[in-house]
Structures are given as C-alpha cells and as structure tokens.
Design a protein around this ligand. Structure first.
Ligand code: AMP
Ligand code: MG
Length: 336
C-alpha cells in the first residue's frame, strides 16, 4: 500500500508545530523567563520559568530529568519493560509513575464508559501511530486486536494488575499530561516563582508573571497551523488539546487520525475536529480531551457537568466553536 509522506514524522518539524502555541507576553528584559526546549515524549517540550537565575536554570534541567523518567516508565515499546511483560500475560506489579498514570487512566475509562480506554495498545500499534510508518490495517486484523481491548477486564489491586489475558496498555492519551504536572511540581519545589511547561500543546502554567499578566494560550484552528480558533487566558492551570490534525495519514483519498474509537478500532468520527480542556491538572485535561473527542459534543459536554474548574472549547466539523459556560467568564476567551 502506498502511504503518502503526509504523516508528520515524529521528529519532523511538522509535529513541533503544536496544537496549542503558548503566547508569552514579553516584558522588559529583566522580567524575561529562562526558556529551554527539548524533544521528549514524541514532541517538543518547551519550558519557560521565572526568574532567570542559576537556581531556576537548574530547576528546569531537573524538570526535564523528571519528564524523561516518566517517558521511560510509560513507554510500551521497550521489550524489557513491565508493559511488555503485561502483553505477554505475565503478572506484574506497577510502581511509582506507571501506577499513578494507569490508575488515573482507569478512572477516566470508567467515567467515559470506555470512550477513553488505556487497553487500546494492540489496536494503536496496528495503525502505527506511535511509529513513523502508520498504515491502514486490514479489517480482520482490527477485529482480532479489538478482542484484547476492554478496561473492565483489568483491575488494579494495590500495585498489582490483574487480568485474565494479556493486556496491551497504551498510555499515550494521558502520560504527557502527567509528565507536565510533575515537571511543574519540580519547578515550584526548586524555586521558580512562575512558569509554563508546554509538551506539544499539553501545558500547565503556574504563578504570577512579573507585571501580573495572565497566560495567553492559543487554540489552534484545525486546518492551518498558523491560524487560531481562539485565545484562552488563564491565571494558572492546565490546558490540553486532542485534535484530528495532530497525527494522521492519508491513503485511498481518505484521512485517518490517531484518536481511535474503542468500539470500532477506527479513528473516531464524532463530529469534532478538536477538543481543548482547561483544568487544574494537565493529566485530567489530557485524558478528558481524548475521551471527549471520541464521545462527541453531546455526550462529551455531559461528562463535564458538575466538574468545578473544568472548561472546554470544542471545534466542530462544521467549523462551529462550542464553549462551556465558564469560558469567557472563569477563563478568558477571545474568538478569532
Ligand atoms: P491525545 O493526543 O492526548 O488525544 O492522545 C492520543 C493518543 O492516545 C494516541 O496516539 C494513542 O496512543 C492513544 N489513544 C488513541 N485512542 C485512544 C482511546 N480511545 N483511549 C485512550 N487512548 C487512546
Ligand atoms: Mg489526551
């Protein structure tokens, strides 16, 4: 099959154009943050932290070390990993970061009735969205792989995962959010007064910038990396986006993206082009954005009801932009 080179290769610049660009208002020179960017977790991770001192520069380096550790713990590709053992049907104990990410993923799986499902690993790897060579799987392959999917077949008892059969975990829909939260913890603990950690559009901002300005976060328009659907303004907290333009390929005149419907194994077509979630924690924002993308606008907005401090901006296939009631009041939003 001919796979066009349209897919944004993991290390290509295309992927570095993030779903959300963070727009830092520039202050006078001594008010500038220390900034650094590194390629991590399949994306460009940008950190900006105030004030620009040696102590804060060391904190930024430590934050990257923390994120690298989380990347290693949640990477399902390593053959000598806990996740590989789980795929072979072995009984495993999850520790530290892996346990924390998995427990949160299972919570969102339950709350979204499986629209978000961390056991999608076999289906995700069939499509190859986690590699540089995605492809359209055969229907038979998809049917077979779907048999391994089902978060309800898995339980976490303490730190031990229990399942009757091999489990293919894919934590790609939440791991970045968790890593962003943990990086922010390191920055705060080590003396940064304000800052932002942006992992390819999944980001968290904290503290007050010099001059007291709020953080301005661009919500990307689906079809043009240069265009914005709007700009959010937050005092602090996290923003994450799931969009059908983030990772995709085209074949046979059709476009296939990386957010899969656990019912069918195919890319979710729920009427949405992107879901942006604002929440206090990036892990929650990350998981909810993926879940709601699969659920669609109606069920998705239902899932958000009663969640204090959680807001959403949905870009529909029709081009319409829907926002929850706190957008424009609790968090600022300018439509573009
Ligand atoms: P995000 O970009 O945060 O929406 O996450 C998408 C990533 O999550 C994909 O690249 C897959 O690794 C994984 N994924 C895809 N579909 C699902 C799903 N329905 N539930 C959980 N994870 C998924
Ligand atoms: Mg996500």
């Amino acid at each position: 099959m001919n796979i066009p080179s349209k897919y944004p290769l993991t290390k290509s610049l295309a992927l570095l154009v993030t779903a959300l660009s963070f727009l830092l208002a520039s202050g006078c020179s001594q008010d500038k943050p220390y900034r650094e960017s590194r390629f991590l977790m399949g994306t460009l991770v940008e950190i900006a932290a105030y004030p620009d001192t040696n102590r804060v520069r060391t904190a930024v380096a430590e934050a990257y070390v923390r994120m690298e550790a989380i990347e290693a713990a949640t990477d399902h590709r390593k053959e000598d990993s806990v996740l590989a053992a789980l795929r072979r049907g072995e009984r495993v104990t999850l520790s530290g970061d892996l346990r924390a990410v998995f427990a949160s993923a299972m919570m969102i799986a339950r709350e979204s009735s499986g629209a978000f499902d961390p056991t999608m690993g076999k289906v995700v790897s069939l499509w190859g969205f986690d590699m540089d060579t995605p492809r359209l799987p055969l229907e038979q392959e998809l049917r077979n792989s779907l048999k391994t999917v089902g978060f309800e077949k898995v339980t976490l008892s303490g730190s031990i995962i229990k399942a009757g059969s091999p489990v293919w975990l894919d934590l790609g829909g939440v791991a970045k959010g968790y890593a962003v939260d943990e990086a922010v913890k390191v920055l705060k603990e080590q003396g940064a007064s304000a800052g932002i950690v942006n992992a390819g559009g999944d980001l968290k901002a904290f503290g007050r910038k010099p001059g007291g300005k709020r953080w301005r976060i661009g919500v990307q328009a689906p079809d043009d990396h240069q265009e914005l659907a709007g700009v959010l303004e937050i005092a602090n907290g996290a923003v994450a986006t799931s969009g059908d333009y983030e990772r995709y390929f085209e074949t046979g005149g059709k476009r296939y993206h990386h957010i899969l419907d656990p019912e069918t194994g195919y890319p979710a077509r729920s009427g949405l082009r992107s879901v942006t979630i604002v929440a206090f924690d990036c892990l929650l924002a990350d998981a909810l954005s993926t879940a709601i993308f699969v659920m669609g606008p109606e069920k998705g907005l239902e899932l958000l009801k009663g969640r204090d401090g959680v807001h959403a901006v949905l870009v529909l296939e029709t081009g319409e932009v829907l926002t929850t009631s706190g957008v424009g009041s609790e968090v600022g939003f300018e439509r573009r």
